[in-house]
Write a protein that binds this ligand. Structure first.
Ligand code: HEC
Length: 205
């Protein structure tokens, strides 16, 4: 392209862009507003205060079925497999459920960190399973299946008993038994809030 043609093309593009800007945010004839249903399909996050959590429930027994059919092939029957990822369950104790802080995390000799050791909010577990698992069919689980399989994992970690049914009504109580519920900290240099500059970055330069 000659430099004259290039200059003309650039000028034309700038002209179109400024026309679009002059018309404000809308670009007539291009695109459309998302429908409420489309927004709802994306708006699935579940927050630590359980905002966004759909009402429903699922039992440990049902969760075992879901687990064996859709999860165990990758994560192991007891969530112990480290073939595709760190084990999901293991390394937590009855004492941790009391203190809310997983003592094993402080042991440099312990081999690996499981999901159940690290997770500090049950909403994270629910949200992640709901949006991302099973790995090859994300968002394919029903609300009941997500509650159930979350209950199953919590039962493997002795957080809830085998006859338990997890629901939107009792999930707050279960949160109060999560082994690492007191493990969250914002006291580090990577937290983008008022703490910045106070804590130290958690990596060495
Ligand atoms: C095809 C293999 C596969 C299947 C089946 C599968 N997962 Fe996973 N899962 C993975 C992989 C790989 C990761 C790590 C993903 C990453 O870090 O991006 C993962 C991560 C997870 C995590 C997060 C762990 C963490 O600490 O971040 C949870 C929880 C989980 N899976 C639960 C499930 C549940 C529940 C099911 C069944 C409904 C399931 N997975 C089915 C492969 C699988």
């Amino acid at each position: 392209m000659s430099s004259l043609v290039k200059a003309l093309a650039l000028a034309a593009m700038a002209c179109v862009a400024s026309m679009a800007l002059a018309q404000g945010k809308s670009f007539p004839g291009i695109g459309r507003d998302a429908t409420p249903k489309e927004v709802a399909a994306w708006d699935i996050d579940v927050r630590p205060d359980f905002k966004g959590l759909p009402a429903g429930s699922g039992s440990v027994a049902k969760g075992q079925e879901v687990w064996e059919g859709k999860c165990a092939s990758c994560h192991g029957v007891f969530g112990e497999s480290n073939q595709v990822f760190n084990p999901l369950v293991g390394g937590t104790t009855a004492e941790d459920i009391k203190t809310g802080r997983v003592a094993t995390l402080m042991r440099p000799d312990y081999p690996g960190r499981t999901t159940m050791m690290k997770v500090s909010s049950i909403s994270t577990l629910w949200d992640y399973i709901n949006r991302a698992m099973p790995w090859a069919q994300p968002k394919s689980l029903s609300v009941e299946e997500v509650y159930a399989v979350t209950a199953y994992l919590l039962n493997l970690a002795d957080v809830v008993p085998a006859d338990f049914t997890l629901s939107n009504k009792n999930i707050g109580e279960v949160q109060n038994r999560l082994p690492n519920r007191n493990g969250m900290t914002t006291d580090h240099g990577l937290w983008p809030g008022k703490e910045i500059g106070k804590g130290k970055p958690d990596v060495a330069a």
